[in-house]
Design a protein. Structure first.
Length: 130
């Protein structure tokens, strides 16, 4: 298989991981998000290596760079969009978690106020009359 075909396959793998990551974000499965991000981090050096090999193959074969680069750029632009979208999903999940935290924090304060108003007052210290 040519370096270009391998490179395009890695981009497809990255896309699948990004889609899986999106699902994990929506489900709040942060362990799975970390696994997806780790797998993508492992793809990065291989993508760099294959990009260099692909460019070398293009030069050697005299293929029109513009046409092939358009294919690669299209795949990269799609990945950029998907990664950006995942970032927006994470931002939204963080906003929702913060709102839930604030609501729970307010509930704890309300319970403390109620508890304080119904709690018996401290007993008097009669020991001093002994």
């Amino acid at each position: 298989m040519s370096a270009q075909a391998n490179l395009l396959q890695l981009y497809k793998d990255w896309r699948a991981l990004t889609e899986d990551e999106r699902e994990a974000i929506e489900e709040g499965d942060w362990r799975r998000v970390r696994v997806c991000q780790g797998a993508k981090a492992q793809l990065q050096p291989e993508i760099v290596r294959l990009t260099e090999r692909t460019q070398s193959e293009w030069r050697q074969s005299g293929i029109d760079f513009a046409l092939l680069e358009k294919q690669v750029r299209s795949a990269v632009n799609e990945l950029i969009y998907l990664e950006s979208r995942n970032g927006e999903f994470i931002t939204e999940q963080r906003r929702l978690a913060q709102a839930e935290f604030e609501q729970l924090d307010q509930s704890v304060r309300n319970v403390a106020k109620i508890q304080k108003s119904y709690a018996p007052s401290a007993p008097m210290a009669w020991e001093s009359y002994s």
